[in-house]
Design a binder for this molecule. Structure first.
Ligand SMILES: C[S@@+](CC[C@H](N)C(=O)[O-])C[C@H]1O[C@@H](n2cnc3c(N)ncnc32)[C@H](O)[C@@H]1O
Length: 290
């Protein structure tokens, strides 16, 4: 048997039901069901970075935002409440169903009535949502360690580049991409993942067991087994991630946006001067004006 990717040697996540061409790790509904418990109170989660994000978006005159990994809708909802126009997409209908429910419950509020929610996959994003792009979004956000779900076994990271190219195409000239990933440099060095962070501050997370799969001598996949304890019940789910190392990820962004594109880096939404070993890196990269 010829081995062509890490996936073919080790089944590390929910097989997923592929409606759009990617495996939906959330397809069995286990993570989706406890996701909001994992996140903790929605407001206290977004309070951790709301001011930073809103100030940033306003300072760049952003009004129309595309949330490309909306999941259950936590960031999109915050942005709608702050007066932004939001289009939210995700590949997982199991996750989207919670966002759709919120839109329905709040349909009497004009912002929620106008909220566009679509199923879409980053690899075909530009075509999937073409009718909503218009002159391009002011900002694309991909937060909560979402991008790392996209596996890529090609040494040149073809799929990652394709997805980021699609994000770039959805932006207007001068628009910005805000995208994050966990601090995989540290995870690879220590072999462990902090259970609590600015995104996941619930008191219910008991543990995240971390495994690193090496493939052809290189770290190829990080698998996290989550244990959530709430209301005397224990829920477990497994998610796998591509371990984006900071230097390489920055290089890919520059390759897609161009070497002159303005790129800024934050740690846990703070300046890197103020934080030594962040749980998350957040990249801000701007599309050139011409
Ligand atoms: C870790 S969850 C985060 C959701 C939300 N941003 C949050 O922080 O709560 C990651 C989301 O990315 C979505 N996702 C993963 N791969 C995707 C792809 N190729 N296209 C679109 N969405 C994808 C998953 O379905 C999931 O809802």
């Amino acid at each position: 048997m010829s081995v062509t990717s890490p996936d073919s040697v080790f089944i590390a996540r929910s097989e997923g039901i592929s409606a759009e061409g990617v495996r939906d790790q959330y397809a069995d509904g286990r993570a989706a069901k406890v996701w909001e418990i994992f996140i903790g109170d929605k407001n206290s989660r977004t309070d951790n970075y709301k001011k930073f994000l809103i100030n940033l978006l306003k300072s760049k005159n952003c009004k129309r935002i595309l949330d490309v990994a909306c999941g259950t809708g936590v960031d999109s909802i915050m942005l709608l409440e702050e007066g932004f126009e939001v289009v939210s997409v995700d590949a997982s209908d199991k996750m989207l169903k919670y966002a759709l429910k919120e839109r329905w419950n709040r349909r009497k509020e004009p912002a929620f009535d106008r909220w566009v929610i679509e199923e879409a996959n980053w690899l075909t994003l530009y075509n999937d949502i073409n009718e909503f792009i218009g002159k391009g979004f002011d900002a694309v956000i991909c937060l909560g360690n979402s991008f790392a779900h996209l596996m890529d076994s090609s040494p040149e990271q073809r799929e990652h580049k394709k997805a980021i190219r699609n994000f770039e195409k959805c932006l207007r000239p001068g628009g910005m991409l805000l995208i994050d990933h966990r601090n995989y440099d540290n995870i690879l060095e220590t072999g462990s993942t902090p259970a609590k962070s600015l995104y996941y501050n619930t008191s219910h997370t008991a543990d995240i067991k971390t495994s690193v799969l090496f493939y052809c001598g290189k770290p190829a996949m990080v698998t996290m087994d989550y244990v959530i304890e709430a209301n005397n019940l224990t829920s477990e789910f497994r998610l796998s991630y591509y371990p984006h190392e900071l230097k390489r990820f920055s290089e890919i962004l520059k390759e897609i946006f161009g070497s002159k594109a303005k790129h800024q880096l934050f740690g846990d939404f703070k300046s890197l001067n103020d934080i030594k070993n962040p749980a998350f890196y957040i990249h801000l990269i701007e599309k050139n004006l011409n």
